[in-house]
Design a protein around this ligand. Sequence first.
Ligand code: GDP
Length: 369
Amino acid sequence: CDEEIRCIGCGSILQDKDSKLSGYMPHSAFNKMIQEPDTSVYCQRCFRLRHYNEITPVNENNDDFLRLLNSLGNKKALIVNVVDLFDFNNSLITSLDRFIGDNEFVLVGNKVDLFPKNSKESKIKDWMRQEANRNGLFPKKIFLLSAIKKRNIDELINYLATKGKNEDIYFVGTTNVGKSTLINAIIETRSEYKNLITTSKFPGTTLDSIKIPLNEGHYLVDTPGILSKKQMASRLTGSELELVAPKKQLKPATYQLLPGQTIFLAGLGRIDFIKGPASGFTIYVARDLYLHRTKTINADEFYLKHKSDLLNPPCDNDDLGALKGQLYSTSEKSDILFGGVGFITVPSGVVIKAYTPEGIGLGIRRALI
Ligand code: GDP
């Protein structure tokens, strides 16, 4: 068949030739689809993901995505960069500026539902703007929302509704930021279709562009996410992600610490209290993640001894890389960021050293709470 038929879950061109490539469907299902062209079809990967929550790896690379980003500069479009508030620095596309020419872009921070109850949205937005600016990005507008809880979505829809009259709207983002969930939520408010695009906790679900018609002949385009090696989500297995990625609103756990003490966030993070008065460190991570307090002088030995049992996840430390540290000295109450895992609020006037595998996802910001 010469005609291109695409999976409505991930946008890949459907094919029955190679089960290792995207868009694969078994021959029988493929034939059935050709005979009944009106039915909505999913590739085998999306089908499994939707029905059994099971991920099938495919051989993809970022070339197509970069090609698409490159083409944006040549057309009039509104770019919506969706980022994960829990992995902000790793999910921000810092090269966006190079690609989009004179087009405007807006920044959408997703998963705000995970922030503790008393966080201030204005503070989160300020932090997003500062970080974007620091990376040479100047978003026209910043939205803060929860695609899952449908919080603040109307504000974005109203904005897009006026913009979509004049130009196509491109949703870009690294994988796992919730782009598909967000687009599904937008489609749902505009039509009777529910959960049309395949979403999952696994990075790299959306494999090719998906075009959704808006009014006046313009489109909303869901682009495949880039798989960022810097994202914790791209390094962990499905069951590890299940445990690590916060799903419910974060509840603080405060530890009273003295200098010379260390806390492990399973095998995914470590914080050493180096200097400062005895203080409370408040930890915001997924509820089931194992936390362990020990003396800093014993920490290396403890890690080596327990990295493959107590300090799980990750179950394969060698794949993720060794813990690498970064020193921070605070001049105000600050959040130490462990991208994709959570954050720890530390007081002003302390020196700490924070670690993650290869140092990925480490950062600091003025405390949000
Ligand atoms: P995509 O790769 O960017 O398209 O991301 P998906 O839409 O597939 O979502 C990735 C993961 O993030 C899934 O586990 C979603 O359930 C989760 N997710 C998406 N939106 C939200 C949100 O608003 N809040 C929370 N807590 N999780 C979300």
